[in-house]
Design a protein around this ligand. Structure first.
Ligand code: SF4
Length: 488
């Protein structure tokens, strides 16, 4: 048994984080440091591939980045002044060493390696077409499509071959690629996932979030634009527009996934989250003594709620930050204590108080249900839950690991039913308009499919379409009870 979301967390997991460095004598170490800042985007496996103008060198493995590079001498294997890296949480393809990225391949044009964040929605169709043409896939990851499609292109430059490849892809990709003497970075025309470009002295860096550029002492320059391929090589930096931008940036990155110290889509995540909390307080005020967050992802929106409402912000719930690797293979007995291990209430803060609990989202509802019991035990007088996003009713096919539709509590239960299920005094959600008004861009530039069911890239895969069908409510409720019984 692994630490699946079912047992540890009902939040969706982000797919991956990517990092690239070009033109620095310690490129692989800088990539490592950047990936360290991106570890929240994937904890299942990690890897770095470096190049020295002649060859590619790789270190890849399962587990956290620090596990893979426990032996620091491994950096000596990563020669060269350019490097790309990846931290992964698999949303397509099995969790196994063969799928660990960057994926390395030899093509007729030389070796290359790929690190990809996002999900390709037409993967199955492309894979079966390529296999029909004789391609032999080495992995079950959608990211291998980049390699096969680039290898088939007859274009002269790597950027043009990548352009030929990505024009066939549908869905989400923020990708970095390394060859013997180039680093390339590209983003899909919708710009689903973030990808920032920066400088560190004369070196170029690319990262899923700007916190990775900060940590290496670099400077953020701009985002890789939707529909753009940026190449850095000994010739300098070149930009190729392979498609018109048609923005549908993932709004959930701003709500939950990205770190608050990052800037994504040209805006500060911290600023957006404070605003989400502020608007939540305007839309759903209540009389209470304190505001607390479900740490850590809701801390900033709880601050916004507190500032706007004038209700004091307190730390009422403590999160154990060391849980991830500790309980990979717990016994059934230990697993029943999972939710207690993750969060514990601060009795002196909650006892006798009317409490507003701010959370960023409800997905399955199991974590919040268990947390609500934590508030009751120390004697909170009233519990009012405020969610800094609308009900999550639809799965994501663009790179977030959401449960299936029938496991999303808001897909089969009304807010009133969820309130009763949680056993709290009130439950209110931020409206979709509220979310969009907290962002900087025009509302139509964001993907909101998991809230609205409006998928910006049409779904063609029959398996995806099947997932959109109405959930069997009876099954869903029974399944929820089953999951809850496994949690103490
Ligand atoms: S469906 Fe939701 S999580 Fe997925 S890309 Fe769209 S907004 Fe983001």
């Amino acid at each position: 048994m692994t630490n699946t979301p079912e047992f540890f967390d009902d939040k969706p997991r982000d797919k991956c984080g990517v990092m690239a460095v070009f033109g620095h004598p310690r490129a692989s170490e800088l990539a490592y440091l950047g990936l360290y800042a991106l570890q929240h985007r994937g904890q299942e496996s990690a890897g770095i591939v470096a190049a020295d103008g002649q060859n590619l060198y790789q270190v890849r493995g399962m587990g956290l980045l620090a596990d893979v590079f426990r032996d620091q001498s491994r950096f000596k294997e990563l020669e060269g002044a350019w490097a790309i890296g990846h931290v992964r949480y698999s949303t397509t393809g099995a969790s196994s060493l063969t799928n660990v990225q960057p994926l390395v391949a030899n093509t007729k044009d030389g070796p290359l390696a790929v690190a990809h964040n996002g999900n390709i929605t037409n993967e199955r169709m492309l894979r079966s077409r390529l296999e029909g043409d004789g391609a032999i896939f080495q992995t079950t990851s959608d990211s291998e499509l980049f390699v096969h499609l680039m290898a088939r292109s007859k274009a002269q430059t790597t950027a043009e071959r990548l352009a030929d490849a990505v024009r066939e892809l549908e869905g989400a990709f923020s990708v970095v690629i390394i060859t013997r003497d180039e680093v390339l970075a590209a983003r899909d025309p919708q710009g689903f996932r973030p990808l920032a470009m920066g400088r560190k002295g004369d070196s170029y860096v690319f990262a899923s979030e700007t916190c990775a550029i900060d940590i290496i002492g670099g400077e953020y320059v701009r985002d890789v634009e939707a529909g753009e391929i940026v190449t850095v090589s000994p010739r300098g930096m070149e930009s190729l527009r392979y498609a018109e931008a048609n923005l549908s940036m993932c709004v959930f990155e701003l709500i939950y996934f990205a770190r608050p110290d990052s800037q994504i889509y040209g805006t500060s995540v911290d600023r957006v989250r404070r605003k989400l909390g502020k608007i939540l307080a305007e839309e759903h005020p209540t009389s209470a003594d304190i505001v607390i967050s479900i740490p850590d992802s809701s801390n900033t929106s709880a601050l916004g709620y507190s500032h706007q409402s004038g209700i004091r912000n307190e730390i009422g719930l403590i999160r154990n930050h060391y849980i991830g690797r500790t309980f990979i293979n717990p016994s059934q007995f230990m697993r029943s204590y999972n939710s207690r291990i993750k969060y514990n209430a601060v009795r002196g803060v909650l006892e006798g108080r009317r409490v507003v609990v701010v959370d960023d989202s409800i997905v399955r509802g199991t974590t919040l249900k268990k947390s609500s019991r934590r508030f009751g035990a120390p004697g909170a007088k009233e519990v009012h839950v405020r969610i800094a996003s609308p009900p999550v009713r639809w799965p994501c096919f663009y790179g977030m690991d959401y449960p299936t539709r029938r496991e999303l509590i808001a897909a089969f239960a009304s807010p009133e039913e969820i309130e009763a299920y949680l056993g709290v005094n009130s439950l209110k959600y931020l409206s979709l308009n509220g979310v969009l008004s907290a962002t900087r861009d025009t509302p139509s530039n964001y993907c909101t499919a998991c809230f609205s069911g409006q998928y910006p890239v049409a779904l063609k895969d029959p398996a995806h379409i099947a997932e959109l069908s109405e959930p069997d409510k009876e099954w869903a409720r029974a399944e929820l009870e089953r999951v809850l019984r496994t949690m103490e």
